[in-house]
Design a protein around this ligand. Sequence first.
Ligand SMILES: Nc1ncnc2c1ncn2[C@@H]1O[C@H](COP(=O)(O)OP(=O)(O)O)[C@@H](O)[C@H]1O
Ligand SMILES: [Mg+2]
Length: 172
Amino acid sequence: MSSGSQTVEGKMYEFTTQSGADTIEVGRKLVRLLEPPQLLLLRGELGTGKTTLVKGIAEALDAAEADEVTSPTFTLLHEYNGTRDGKPVKLYHLDVYRIEGERQLETLGLDELLTPDALVLVEWGDKFKSIRKRATGEIAITASGGDSRKIAVTLKDELASTQTRSSQPEAK
Ligand SMILES: Nc1ncnc2c1ncn2[C@@H]1O[C@H](COP(=O)(O)OP(=O)(O)O)[C@@H](O)[C@H]1O
Ligand SMILES: [Mg+2]
């Protein structure tokens, strides 16, 4: 089940799922909405289904099978190669839960990851101001009793991100 709406800041979509398989299916559908480049915060308590959602996104990009997508809790970063509309897509799945501070975060080189063909999905990314600043949107998952989950996707408008970019002096 899903619904979409437009807010001042961007577009918002909501889904309700009743199982892990449902959430994988939502992940598959989301790919259509996620035009690279994107850096999305994956929000939600432990075990709500952030990694499960990435399984569906990876599958729809032909980047990996659901089973191959595991939590990057200890490795911090998993990288997959996929395609979207016939164009190559780099899928980066990060989990920064264990990262202690901005300095340790810098060693991940987040800036280098966000290339024009990249979809960067960061579990616990809202922990860091530098990641929140770069985010083009967020996916927030909340448990709503039993196996039921609410998935809220907010994508900033292109206009908004253009304005952010144009506030920086352009290199000529
Ligand atoms: N509706 C649902 N959506 C996502 N996961 C669910 C759902 N119902 C049960 N689950 C289970 O909850 C767990 C979610 O784990 P995971 O995706 O690793 O969470 P997170 O990455 O948020 O810590 C999985 O074992 C999954 O099968
Ligand atoms: Mg996880």
